[in-house]
Ligand binder design. Structure first.
Ligand SMILES: [Zn+2]
Length: 283
């Protein structure tokens, strides 16, 4: 009995101690938190917009995303909502046992959803979510994933269960197929490197970005992106006459508006300490 008590007390002490330690550890890791590659790319994209005056129309991309999501719903279910009897729609084709058009409808819907999510992510990686609210940030950044779940699973589940023209076995198979499609589209649509405007502002505030530094970046005659390192793996096949070594400003003026992802990752991993155009504001 005594022994047990002692063990319990020790355990409690251990817990209290680790609880005390935990916040300190957390603060430490927050302080040395490296900038993310995606935030660096967004910060440079925003700086390019400022310097060149050419704004990327991310609002239009977002509108297009919603149009594509809406069309995906049409391709999957519209003729099955209410008493519409239109000659398309995956679910209607399933009821009619018309499988080739059904598969075409599904493929179209999948392509629309993936396209919408990629466009949405592309917009977010230039003009990220401004809200400080974690829930808003999650919904905004993972909207592609949420839409895939809503369109292929939630709406499908409701309409299939409500449908009285399908037998139980067909319903089961249809729901399993929808679950598989949801997983596939969701995994492509999720944003694995979400960015917030706060992270972008942190980079802009804590680092000096010298857009005029003549050693700022590298780009090639045929490539669309620019690089921070001339030993970047994407440049390994570039001949010397096709490699340009200029300031960021000059790269942007030559329509190289996007930082290479390999270079972004390398720079972020090194906390932007080994690039000439980007240096810590308070070294
Ligand atoms: Zn690169």
């Amino acid at each position: 009995m005594e022994e047990e008590k002692k063990v319990k007390a020790e355990k409690a002490e251990g817990k209290a101690e680790s609880a005390k330690k935990a916040p300190a550890k957390k603060a430490e890791s927050a302080e040395v938190k490296k900038p993310s590659a995606a935030a660096l790319k967004a910060a440079l994209a925003q700086m390019e917009e400022q310097e060149t005056g050419k704004k990327k129309n991310t609002v239009l991309w977002r509108v297009l995303s919603f149009v594509m999501w809406a069309l995906a719903v049409v391709a999957m279910y519209l003729p099955q909502i209410g008493n519409l009897e239109l000659p398309f729609g995956a679910l209607r084709m399933l009821v009619l046992k018309n499988y080739t058009p059904m598969i075409i409808d599904i493929v179209v819907a999948v392509a629309l959803c993936i396209g919408a999510a990629l466009l949405w992510k592309k917009a977010n990686h230039i003009h990220p979510v401004k809200s400080h609210n974690k829930i808003v940030q999650f919904i905004w950044n993972q909207l592609g994933l949420i839409m895939a779940f809503l369109i292929f699973f939630v709406i499908g589940l409701v309409l299939i269960l409500k449908n009285d023209k399908l037998d139980a076995k067909t319903k089961k198979i249809a729901i399993a197929v929808l679950a598989a499609i949801t997983l596939l589209v969701g995994s492509v649509s999720a944003d694995y490197h979400p960015v917030t405007q706060d992270e972008v502002d942190k980079i802009t505030n804590e680092y000096n970005i010298d857009t005029q530094d003549p050693d700022g970046c590298f780009w090639t005659t045929y490539g669309r992106k620019y690089h921070l390192y001339n030993d970047c793996q994407a440049l390994s096949n570039t001949t010397e006459e096709n490699l340009h070594h200029t300031s960021l400003q000059e790269a942007w003026d030559n329509n190289r508006g996007e930082l290479c992802s390999f270079c972004a990752k390398k720079a972020a991993d090194n906390s932007l300490s080994d690039t000439t155009a980007i240096t810590p504001a308070n070294p």
